[in-house]
Design a protein around this ligand. Structure first.
Ligand code: C2O
Ligand code: CU
Ligand code: CU
Length: 495
């Protein structure tokens, strides 16, 4: 992919070829209280090309908690948003794609009054938050019907990990369609005020548009896990982040793509990995590449080189549902430009992001006694009823009325995730993070705690999980959301 945000073909699909304006993307431009950062006025007046060329990065509106509480009215509804000058009908939280960024501190209470303005059920999941899965907390079994409202109350423990998390719908069978349609937003947990120095939130998603709408998705695309033709960052094509040469930006990046893996590459420059999901390395890790599976997030410090640099998501081969098709995926993924870092001598000097105020190290479960070992096998098969390919765990498709794993509260367990298919599956567990021990027999370096663990085709992955603090029933699933909707999800009950 070139630096051009949309190819000619994509422009035709959106239906605006010839429209010269490179205007604002989705709304959500409010950045009150934030100093413009990068090209002068970029945050305050997003449209148009900056003097340095290219559009300045625009971020979703940020809503901060106040005195320990964040109260949010969240309307889920179709709305027109503008992507690269074209008006597109998408699914939105409060009218924008992505929805607002929720900025919380450990110990905060998040209250969401969710109203479903869609013509189908939805609900809300706070992906990665270590909070109760019960009642009106992060409960994926809730169903909010069209026209109904629901009040979520989600209490973060005082020692909740810092980092970037996200929210999206979780009504089984409709998750991929609703996320692909535009329903996602970032949650950032930290103890900083952001008044002086703020991180840059990058919510990455992909979408295919046709005639001003989300394109229809074929059965084959669902089987593979749909890949959108257009990669969006904060609801618009790739943009520019300018700064003095040598300045450091802290990026909080969410992979909100329905199926697409993001193999991050800063053109050979180092990215300093400070955090992944709710975990962090003991020391920030300099990396040239970083693979984020769907659902993963990263906290990255990047320094603007004199010559500039481009953050690209390299195409990643995750296999294909038909055996032996590896390398010839049904939906060929291509490289996508996410962000251009540009050195600009005229950029205002900004304070550098420092050491996070609160950033606890995850506990190492390798030294802990394991109460129980289990093996979960990821397979494919023909499903009962409905026909077509199903994705299964231990030979079964998801059933919300069945308890698949019964766990004793307080136990540390070791799970072997065995992928018997020809595709990679990003395995996600709600509420209790996993410590990655090994992938295909090679040990993970250090303490790698995350909530989405990639399980490559034909490979076994070992994780340990401390089922502590929260009792209740929740789910684990493949975060290729089409696979989850096609059955690759199970339930875990902890008490
Ligand atoms: Cu991000 Cu159960 O999902
Ligand atoms: Cu989740
Ligand atoms: Cu999968």
């Amino acid at each position: 992919m070139s630096g051009e945000p949309l190819s000619r073909r994509q422009a035709i699909r959106i239906g605006l070829l010839g429209a010269g304006s490179l205007a604002i993307g989705a709304t959500g431009l409010a950045t009150q209280g934030w100093p413009p950062f990068g090209p002068a006025g970029a945050a305050a007046s997003p449209p148009g090309r900056s003097a340095a060329g290219g559009r300045g990065l625009v971020e979703p509106q940020v809503i901060d908690s106040v005195a320990g509480t964040l109260d949010l009215d969240l309307l889920v509804a179709e709305a027109d948003v503008v992507i690269d000058g074209a008006t597109v009908r998408m699914l939105t939280y409060n009218g924008t794609v992505p929805g607002p960024t929720l900025h919380l501190q450990p110990g905060d209470r998040l209250r969401v009054h969710l109203t479903n303005g869609l013509d189908e059920p939805t609900n809300l999941h706070t992906h990665g938050l270590e909070v109760s899965p019960a009642g009106s907390s992060d409960n994926p079994f809730l169903r909010i019907d069209p026209g109904e409202s629901f009040d979520y109350t989600i209490e973060l423990p005082a020692d909740h990990p810092t980092g970037v998390f996200w929210y999206h719908p979780h009504h089984h069978g409709m998750v991929a369609d609703q996320v692909f349609g535009g329903l996602y937003g970032a949650i950032v947990v930290d103890a900083e005020s952001w008044a002086q120095v703020r991180p840059r939130v990058l919510v990455v998603s992909d979408v295919t548009l046709a005639g001003g709408r989300i394109a229809d998705v074929s059965r084959a695309e669902r089987r593979h896990g749909r890949v959108g033709e257009t990669v969006l960052v904060n609801g618009r094509p790739a943009s520019v982040l300018a700064g003095r040469a040598g300045a450091t930006h802290r990026l909080l990046l969410v992979n909100a793509c329905t199926s697409r893996y993001l193999d991050l590459d800063l053109g050979g420059e180092q990215m300093l990995v400070r955090g992944l999901d709710g975990g962090r390395p003991a020391e920030p890790q300099p990396r040239e590449r970083l693979l984020l599976a769907p659902g993963n997030r990263a906290t990255l410090d990047v320094t603007v080189p004199t010559a500039g640099a481009v953050l690209t998501a390299r195409a990643h081969d995750r296999g294909a549902p038909e055996m032996g098709m590896r390398g010839r995926a049904a939906t060929a993924e291509t490289d996508a430009t996410l962000l251009t870092l540009r050195a600009d001598a005229s950029a205002t000097q900004q304070p550098e992001p420092g050491e996070p105020a609160v950033w606890p190290l995850p506990r190492d479960l390798r030294a802990v006694d394991v109460a129980r070992r289990r093996t979960l096998e990821l397979t494919m098969g023909m499903g009962m009823g409905g026909g077509g390919m199903r994705y299964l765990i231990d030979g079964r498709a998801f059933d919300s009325d069945r308890v698949d794993q019964q766990v004793r509260l307080g136990d540390v367990e070791e799970w072997t995730l065995r992928n018997a298919t020809a595709m990679d599956h990003p395995f996600h567990l709600h509420v209790w993070p996993m410590q990655l021990l090994s992938t295909g027999g090679s040990a993970a370096p250090g303490v790698d705690r995350r909530d989405v663990v990639d399980v490559p085709a034909g490979t076994e992955v070992l994780v340990r999980i401390a089922f502590e603090r929260f009792s209740g029933t929740t789910v684990y699933h493949c975060h290729v959301l089409d696979h989850e909707d096609l059955g690759m999800m199970g339930t875990v009950r902890v008490d």
